[in-house]
Ligand binder design. Structure first.
Ligand SMILES: [Zn+2]
Length: 217
């Protein structure tokens, strides 16, 4: 499968080697449809500039960001609108090394927010920031979508952490590829490729698919 994404991988190599491709000035009037028919889902991490690292120009792509770059209900909502109404056909999912979503579990964060003292202490140690409970339960968000597998210290990077990132990219790819409102065959088909972005080197590494998606704990 090749397409516009391969050009963006070449752009990424240039970005990682110090070449700036994204033009920051206003381009003038443009169409509402993304010019490159591309949608990117990426983590909100402050070290990531999606337009810069892919060499995207204003108007080229939809960029959807959340904690982890996870394919949750809202990301699916965005992608359905992006494809069916605004004509994108290639999706890129980007997770990244040292992601904060490796450093907690949903149960731990919920318990800490609700007031569990042990959870408060663990979260404080994990983040280097005093964790302050809110002392109340809540029904939303239903999930924080922390990544599967054994916990890593905040901002850690090793082979096991990278494997956990790959598991979640594959889970996201599967969620997209199997959604009934995101067609993967026929003339209106979308395609998806998944990557782990190395925040230290600036380089994207593609995640093979299908493959392992990890155990629950
Ligand atoms: Zn992240």
């Amino acid at each position: 499968m090749t397409g516009i994404i391969d050009q963006y991988l070449k752009n990424n190599a240039k970005y990682a080697s110090g070449e700036a491709l994204h033009k920051a000035t206003h381009p003038g009037r443009q169409k509402i449809q993304p010019a490159r028919r591309l949608a990117v889902v990426a983590c909100m991490d402050a070290r990531i500039d999606v337009e810069d690292l892919l060499g995207l120009q204003t108007g080229d792509a939809h960029v959807i960001r959340n904690a982890g770059g996870v394919i949750n209900e809202d990301a699916i909502r965005n992608l359905i609108i992006s494809h069916h109404l605004l004509d994108t056909k290639e999706f890129v999912l980007i997770h990244h090394t040292r992601c904060g979503m490796l450093a907690f579990t949903d149960d731990l964060l919920k318990a800490g927010l609700e007031g569990d003292a042990a959870a408060e202490q663990l979260l404080g140690q994990a983040t280097g920031r005093k964790f302050t409970s809110c002392g109340r339960s809540a029904s939303t968000p239903a999930a924080f979508h922390s990544f599967r597998g054994g916990l890593h210290p905040l901002d850690a990077d090793d082979a096991a952490a990278r494997e956990r990132l790959q598991w979640d990219v594959r889970r996201g790819m599967s969620a997209v590829l199997n959604h009934p409102w995101l067609p993967t065959s026929g003339p209106d088909a979308i395609s998806v490729r998944g990557f782990v972005y190395d925040v230290d080197s600036g380089k994207l590494e593609e995640v093979s698919y299908p493959g392992a998606t990890g155990p629950a704990v």
